[in-house]
Design a protein around this ligand. Structure first.
Ligand code: TMP
Ligand code: ASP
Length: 238
């Protein structure tokens, strides 16, 4: 990719597209990190898998009527998206108890969370992305009540659509993280960033085996093998 590098994150680089203002190229990296970058590795092939899986999921959401920043997959490791200003908060939706909610609130691991639980985290690496409430978001994230309501409503709609999509592949959607942004000239928040096994917990519906980044976080399996298996299962249900 030859455009200007705008931003480099832990898992992606973001480039401007020459001659096409308002569009960006997301180039996935083979890097994998956990615990706010404390654990890291380079796994050749991860960029291709996350780009394929995230592109597939955004395409599905588009076909199901959800507006997102996604335009198209460009190459094995790159996708074209509409440029947005990212709102510095992460919206997490949880259907089953796992990860930080278990540690924070002492909830029985693997118990069903009905209705789904929505949590907001402040996107701030220095602070380790702390949990925050609506008032904190209003104070820190340049958002209105309407933006927060819109993000939560979209997150629940994405949850319904993803549960439908993943169930068809024999997968349980345990939880996931979304990010939103605003396109130039628009105040509306639109779904952005990626949806991949880096940002979701996905378990086999029957065995509850992990098919996501938890195998890397917990050191319980081979991330590339697991992501490949997930991709194959999603493709099989097309
Ligand atoms: P948590 O249980 O660690 O709070 O994670 C909840 C969900 O959010 C899980 O699906 C993984 C995802 N996630 C990210 O995408 N990025 C992050 O930095 C963290 C901590 C979690
Ligand atoms: N994304 C975070 C990191 O890269 C944390 C995580 O996903 O566990 O460190």
């Amino acid at each position: 990719m030859t455009g200007n590098l705008l931003y480099e994150g832990k898992a992606k680089r973001v480039y401007q597209v020459e001659g096409t203002p308002g569009q960006l190229v997301l180039a996935y990296k083979d890097d994998v990190t956990a615990f706010n970058g404390e654990k890291k590795d380079i796994l050749p092939g991860k960029a291709r898998l996350n780009n394929a899986i995230s592109s597939h999921i955004f395409q599905e959401l588009h076909e199901r009527g959800i507006r997102t920043h996604f335009i198209k997959k460009l190459s094995a490791t790159e996708q074209l998206v509409h440029q947005t200003d990212i709102v510095p908060l992460e919206v997490v939706v949880r259907n089953t108890a796992a990860g930080s909610i278990v540690r924070r609130l002492g909830i029985e691991p693997k118990s069903a969370l009905t209705p789904p639980v929505i949590e907001l985290f402040y996107k701030n690496d220095e602070l380790g992305d702390p949990l925050m409430n609506d008032d904190h978001a209003l104070l820190l994230c340049d958002v209105t009540h309407e933006d927060l309501n819109a993000m939560k409503a979209q997150a629940l709609e994405v949850n319904r659509q993803l549960i439908d999509l993943f169930t068809a592949s024999g997968l349980e959607l345990v939880d996931f993280k979304l990010e939103f942004g605003r396109m130039a000239g628009s105040n509306n928040v639109v779904l952005a960033d990626e949806i991949s096994p880096d940002t979701c917990r996905l378990w086999d519906l029957e065995t509850r085996e992990n098919l996501d980044k938890d195998v890397y976080r917990q050191g319980t399996g081979d991330l590339l093998e697991v992501y490949e298996k997930l991709m194959t299962r999603l493709e099989a249900s097309l």
